[in-house]
Write a protein of this length. Structure first.
Length: 265
């Protein structure tokens, strides 16, 4: 239990550190301030699809003139974490399909994911070359904003995102071992990375995230002969340790939240 709590703490330490680094070019905040903003935004996003409320809550901690930039920085942080999930997930899913030869569903999912990635790359390239507007905002301005961010910041947030992925996926492996599952680390990560990738493609709210990951975990681990109740217990433990407990802690910061003085000025 001590190891599991340590891994959950490390998971959130990396996430909070990433947020602190992201906002540093705009305003320097302490680690405790970054922790408060991260936990409060998590709590406030419980009932919103894909935790969309996180953007607005984090923005409210800053002056109105900086809020659009804060939203864009939050988006960059989420995309970096999604990128880590995609990188590990694609390799994991391809190996899973080859090793377990499942039904065509996963094969088509793999092709769909690769096609989407190619499509997104093509769209981004085209958008960066044209003066397009989305709801009154120039798309080119978004590219200029992200281009202005230093390479050092990108390297740091991508490093933290990859490390965070390795931490919580290793925590999943530890829970599997505690539950008596006899799978090697490599074999476990093939299935875990596939599960997280497929779960990231499903829009959901915080409360239903457990059901989606649990269902996918049961389906994928069934090919390795793992009991359904075991996987349900592991995914539930992961959800409690990394999301439910931090959300409960974040409720304290939500209740004590006060708008910055600059709002009333």
């Amino acid at each position: 239990m001590g190891l599991l709590i340590l891994l959950s703490s490390l998971n959130w330490f990396l996430e909070v550190s990433k947020w602190k680094i992201l906002v540093k070019p705009l305003i320097k905040i302490t680690f405790l301030e970054a922790l408060e903003q991260s936990l409060a935004s998590l709590t406030a996003s419980i009932f919103t699809p894909n935790k969309i409320a996180e953007y607005g809550v984090k923005a409210m901690y800053f002056a109105p003139s900086e809020r659009k930039k804060i939203v864009l920085l939050k988006l960059l942080g989420n995309l970096s974490q999604l990128g880590a999930t995609i990188i590990f997930g694609i390799f994991g899913l391809l190996i899973f399909v080859r090793q377990y030869n499942p039904q065509n569903t996963l094969l088509f999912s793999t092709i769909f994911i690769l096609a989407c990635l190619l499509g997104i790359t093509f769209i981004i390239k085209k958008l960066s070359q044209k003066d397009l507007y989305v709801k009154g905002y120039a798309v080119n301005s978004l590219f200029r904003f992200y281009k202005a961010i230093s390479i050092k910041v990108y390297v740091n947030i991508w490093t933290l995102s990859l490390l965070r992925y390795l931490v919580f996926s290793f925590q999943f492996f530890v829970l599997l071992n505690l539950a008596g599952v006899q799978l090697s680390y490599f074999d476990s990560m093939i299935i875990v990375s596939s599960m997280y990738l497929l779960a990231s493609l499903v829009p959901t709210v915080f409360i239903l995230d457990l059901a989606i990951k649990g269902s996918l975990g049961i389906y994928l681990f069934s090919y390795a002969g793992v009991n359904e109740l075991t996987i349900l217990g592991v995914t539930t433990s992961m959800w409690i340790l990394n999301w439910a407990l931090p959300a409960i802690l974040g409720s304290y910061f939500v209740l004590k939240f006060k708008f910055p003085d600059t709002v009333s000025a």
